[in-house]
Design a binder for this molecule. Structure first.
Ligand code: AVJ
Length: 313
């Protein structure tokens, strides 16, 4: 039994508002569900960011040429299926080493052998680990550039996002860059369907965390007694996903029993949305200066280039 997973689950379910950390969605099945989410019509962030990346990468190439940066080490946080890095590597020819960090090691290994085939000259390193924690990384002599696409940063509380950005700065070192995808604040009529798709894939993704607890932590969640919900909390600027108990029930996990009232929820994910300027302020508190921002049509998604600055350190 994974001790850290167990402790995190028990601690989360003992809270008055029961909660589970979203990083545990991504076992093999969960990663596959997430890939399916990315193909949904309603889930605009994936295709919007992917559509914007070739242009971003072309402009980055010119930017680094002007800055006389001839060699880059690209470090992706939460690399998952490695779809996003391909358009970047295709354009940004000064990348000679790629480091992929992800919590789901198996998923990543499969994806990285595909990448090696597509980019035979590239040095590829795969590191399995929890990038939400500070970590040590081997830096090459190239200029490090972090890559954190998908708006995964939205899973953190804003204060945790500042801490993550500060840690990333420490990991990447002086004179580094960070390329980030940020989902923007917008009408709930666009936001909510993205997390309540008509095919029910997001519901399967959300409930998979219960399946995983049942299997790995000796739990007995009855999946039919919980329903998926996702609402936009406009006040806090975040999508909240929950699993709502359909009845009064008791669930046991590794011998510990948890009571659920009818309608009580487990809060499984926050997905914060930021105005670009709002995010820039957050980044600058963590010692990063905004260099460029690219916006998709109608401003529905942003990609930002940050540079590590002396101020704020
Ligand atoms: C992977 C965190 C960016 O917040 O949009 C998708 C996860 N959750 N559908 C997001 C997710 C439900 C996704 N991130």
């Amino acid at each position: 039994m994974d001790h850290v997973f167990l402790q995190d689950v028990l601690a989360g379910l003992r809270l008055p508002q029961k909660a589970l950390p979203p990083k545990y969605f991504y076992d093999q099945q969960g990663s596959a569900y997430f890939d399916q989410i990315c193909q949904l019509d309603e889930y605009y962030p994936y295709r919007t960011e992917l559509g914007l990346l070739p242009e971003v990468a072309r402009e980055l190439k010119h930017y680094f040429e002007r800055a006389s940066v001839s060699s880059l080490q690209l470090v992706e946080f939460g690399a998952g299926s490695l779809h996003k890095v391909k358009p970047v590597l295709e354009e940004l020819s000064m990348v000679d080493e790629f480091v992929a960090l992800d919590i789901s090691g198996e998923h990543l290994k499969e994806a990285s052998s595909d990448l090696a085939e597509a980019f035979p000259q590239l040095t590829i390193k795969v590191v399995q680990g929890d990038f939400t924690q500070p970590m040590q990384m081997e830096l090459s002599s190239a200029t490090p550039m972090g890559f954190f696409p998908g708006s995964t940063i939205g899973n953190f509380e804003p204060e945790e996002a500042v801490e993550f950005l500060r840690n990333a700065g420490t990991t990447l070192g002086e004179e580094s860059y960070l390329l980030l995808g940020v989902d923007t604040k917008k009408d709930r009529a666009i936001l909510e369907p993205a997390y309540n798709d008509s095919k029910g894939v997001t519901a399967l993704f959300n409930k998979n965390i219960l399946t995983r607890i049942n299997r790995e932590l000796d739990g007995n969640f009855d999946l039919d007694q919980f329903e998926h919900t996702a609402i936009y909390n406009q006040q806090l600027g975040r999508i909240e996903m929950h699993l709502r108990s359909l009845t009064k029930q008791e669930v046991s996990i590794a011998g510990e029993r948890f009571q659920f009232a009818e309608g009580e929820t487990i809060h499984t994910e926050n997905s914060y949305k930021y105005h670009p300027e709002e995010f820039e302020r957050l980044a600058s508190r963590a010692g990063w200066s905004p260099e460029s921002v690219w916006l998709a049509a109608d401003g529905i998604f942003a990609i930002m280039l940050l540079r590590r600055s002396a101020a704020g350190r």
